[in-house]
Design a protein around this ligand. Structure first.
Ligand code: NAP
Ligand code: MG
Length: 328
């Protein structure tokens, strides 16, 4: 069973009197920096001069430095720039400026786990990965709540690495909700597998193919959109609030019977086998290698696929239907 930490098991004490440098002031960087500061901790920001965030962080009252200087000033460093940008910035600006005994925190294990960042032996390497978008990290904190997070220790030089991770988790409000201990491998692999086979990849294809089937059979696209996309949210809300069994108890007997008998015939053992294949490609590092190469080439495949997604017929009808549903 997973170990879950809450406010009672976490203390801010290990971070008192320490300087925390948040590198990056984007989606996670801004939210975490503001929360840590509001939790009474000493926070500075590391950025590239002339970038968009520099002015924003300054206007929100932070002392902002170039990344190398921020790292030199800090005891604890949060690496919160985009994953694909991290290896180069690490190599050129973070690693050369780290002092012995520094604590380096990531919000996702990708680079460390797949060996794209190789930390020196004389620092702590930890992870606090909020399981929500940055916007929620800040909003929940302000509302007196928090978003759940995963914590992990990759390297424990000080012997107190987990205490630092829990302190950061508390500082951003995550222990108010609950924090689960994991490993860099588990966080990274489950995150990628989940987004590929269920969340982003799975849901998107399920909805698109369902839409295509209805439209190809001659049903009106507007009706198909309501059926397979709009209502997907309502069913998901039920699953989220009550679980799968609870959702089943919230729909008609016809929907229950149809869903329970036909669902497994559509999403069958073949689909599950392919899910496992995709998961194995993540676990072996093959996917990470492919994606890093793609990114470093300027992401031509990603751009092409995004264009295809943008021009899929479900987007045209979707635009119209969403105006109807939510206003212009
Ligand atoms: P993001 O918003 O895209 O990061 C943007 C920030 O990074 C900006 O301040 C930008 O500065 C800076 N930056 C970008 N490239 C840079 C470079 N080459 N050199 C220096 N600064 C650079 O990133 P994010 O989505 O918050 O992700 C940060 C980390 O959090 C990642 O590890 C991600 O996996 C993890 N995470 C994110 C979320 C989420 O909600 N997005 C959730 C959980 C975990 P400029 O203004 O100068 O461009
Ligand atoms: Mg993900």
């Amino acid at each position: 069973m997973a170990k879950i930490y809450t406010d009672r098991e976490a203390s801010l004490e290990p971070l008192k009197g320490k300087t925390i440098a948040v590198i990056g002031y984007g989606i996670q960087g801004r939210a975490q920096a503001l929360n840590l500061r509001d939790s009474g901790l000493e926070v500075i920001i590391g950025l590239r001069r002339g970038g968009k965030s520099w002015e924003l962080a300054t206007s929100e009252g932070f002392r902002v430095y170039e990344i190398g200087e921020a790292v030199r000033k800090a005891d604890v460093i949060l690496v919160l720039i985009p994953d694909m940008e991290q290896p180069k910035v690490w190599q050129e600006q973070i690693a050369p400026n780290l002092k012995e005994g520094a604590v380096v925190d990531f919000a996702h294990g990708f680079n460390v786990h797949f060996g794209l960042i190789k930390p020196p032996k004389n620092i702590d390497v930890i992870m606090v990965a909020p399981k929500a978008p940055g916007k929620a990290v800040r909003e929940e904190y302000l509302a007196g709540r928090g978003v759940p997070a995963l914590v992990a220790v990759y390297q424990d030089y000080s012997g107190s690495a987990l205490k630092y991770a829990l302190a950061l988790a508390k500082g951003i409000g995550a222990t108010r909700a609950g924090v689960i201990e994991t490993t860099f491998a588990e966080e990274t692999e489950t995150d990628l597998i989940g987004e590929q086979i269920v969340l982003v990849g799975g849901l998107m294809e399920l909805i698109k193919k369902g839409f295509e089937v209805l439209v190809e059979m001659g049903y009106q696209p507007e009706v198909a959109y309501f059926e397979v996309l709009n209502e997907a949210k309502l069913i998901m809300d039920l699953i989220w609030q009550r679980g799968i069994y609870g959702m089943l108890n919230g729909v008609s007997d016809t929907a229950k019977y149809g869903g329970l008998t036909v669902g497994p015939r559509v999403i069958d053992e073949n689909v599950k086998r392919k899910m496992k294949e995709a998961a194995m490609r993540v676990k072996s590092g093959e996917f990470a290698k492919e994606w890093v190469e793609e990114y470093n080439r300027g992401a031509p495949t990603l751009r092409k696929l995004m264009e295809e997604a943008r021009t899929h017929p479900i987007e045209k009808v979707g635009e119209k239907m969403r105006k109807l549903l939510f206003g212009p």
